[in-house]
Design a protein around this ligand. Structure first.
Ligand SMILES: O=P(O)(O)OC[C@H]1O[C@H](OP(=O)(O)OP(=O)(O)O)[C@H](O)[C@@H]1O
Ligand SMILES: O=c1cc[nH]c(=O)[nH]1
Length: 176
């Protein structure tokens, strides 16, 4: 069984708030880029960029990262990984890059995301925005912009659904 923790209006409100926070932290939007981590981070990054455009009338650079081959455990997960597109259509050197993901858990995806990003250049600053921080970090990583902190047990699962991929906006936590 799963319990709903966020529904579509909650997600819109939270992402709007996060867009304001990102703008406040990085007012120089010429230097700002939002980079979504596949899969759902890509759609959340697009939405944050859209909210920033609506709030400040300023376009923000965007990119996507597939971190599969940068994971420290990818051979354990699959020897035939499905790869998705990495697209960083701007010069990363000197930029303020906000990585965007749906869930922050152990921090291993974020670490892989930083590795993947740094292969493109040397950002001035890298931040992290996540819709849900569920704790249980295994690496010294924290998020700068958090939609909702959720207390979880280590063996619970947080399931984020986004309309673009799943047909609905919903965040569920497995009930143990
Ligand atoms: O902090 P971590 O322990 O790395 O966990 C967080 C990651 O786990 C999920 O991705 P998943 O690997 O399930 O792939 P998905 O994005 O395709 O669902 C989620 O989307 C985050 O990217
Ligand atoms: O609970 C979890 C842990 C990692 N990634 C998710 O999407 N959910």
């Amino acid at each position: 069984m799963e319990k709903k923790i966020l529904e579509a209006p909650d997600m819109s409100r939270i992402l709007t708030r996060m867009a304001y926070e990102i703008l406040e932290r990085y007012p120089d939007t010429d230097r700002l880029a939002l980079v979504g981590i596949h899969t759902r981070g890509v759609f959340l990054a697009e939405r944050l960029a859209r909210y920033i455009y609506e709030i400040a009338d300023l376009p923000v650079k965007q990119g996507t990262l597939d971190i599969t081959l940068y994971r420290d455990d990818w051979t354990r997960i699959s020897h035939h990984p499905v790869l998705r597109s990495t697209n960083i259509p701007f010069d990363v050197d000197g930029m303020d890059v906000v990585l965007v993901d749906d869930v922050l858990y152990t921090g291993r995806t974020t670490r892989a995301g930083m590795d993947a990003l740094i292969d493109f250049g040397r950002p001035r600053h890298v931040g992290l925005a996540v819709l849900v921080d569920r704790g249980h970090r295994e690496l010294p990583i924290h998020a700068d912009f958090v939609g909702r902190r959720v207390e979880t047990e280590k063996d619970q699962t947080v399931n984020v659904r986004v309309a673009e991929e799943d047909g609905e906006d919903l965040v569920l936590v497995e009930v143990l």
